[in-house]
Write a protein that binds this ligand. Sequence first.
Ligand code: ZN
Length: 211
Amino acid sequence: MKPSLLPKRQTYYVPHPRYGTQPRLTGLDVENLKDGTYLRCWTATELESWTRKNSFYGIDPSHIGCLIPGTAIVANPSLQVGSSVASTHYYDIERKCRDCGQLFIFYAQEQRYWYEELQFPVDADCIRCVPCRKRSRTLDQLKAHHDELKIAESRTVLDEVEMTLARLDLVEAGIFHPRQIERVRAFLNSHPDHEQTATIRARLTAISPQF
Ligand SMILES: [Zn+2]
């Protein structure tokens, strides 16, 4: 089927900074599944049964985790690692973000970058939209920094401030248990005159009604 004949998808997708907000139509489809044709995560047999179930060109846009017709690109199996079954084609795949629950596209070209250039294992999956991936990375770094300060043999007052701000961020993000708020209060009690105290107190007031 030619890309122009494909129904325009009205679905909202979380924007991807490099690939945009809509599927990237290439006009390529794997129409005749032959031996040796493998899509990422789908062997030919799996795809065949999936195709029968979903009628390949008539996918319900609300169907989550599906291949988007007309978006295939050819893969280079010799560059892929970590799977007994290499992919011969990648498709744009519609996914639902684990963190924010919004739909996003795991683009075929992004898959090629992941599996052929970065050499991620072909089984590695994309479960978050780009903004949530970034946020998740930032929070990971913040937690690592917090943990480093926590085990340090000695800490300056500035270190204490950084730890306290990190605790607030991590409690807000649901990564730290709300009881960490007690440590924030302890900081405020022991440093009532510090220049950051007002900021910390305001943030604490803003989030503590939740707990
Ligand atoms: Zn998200």
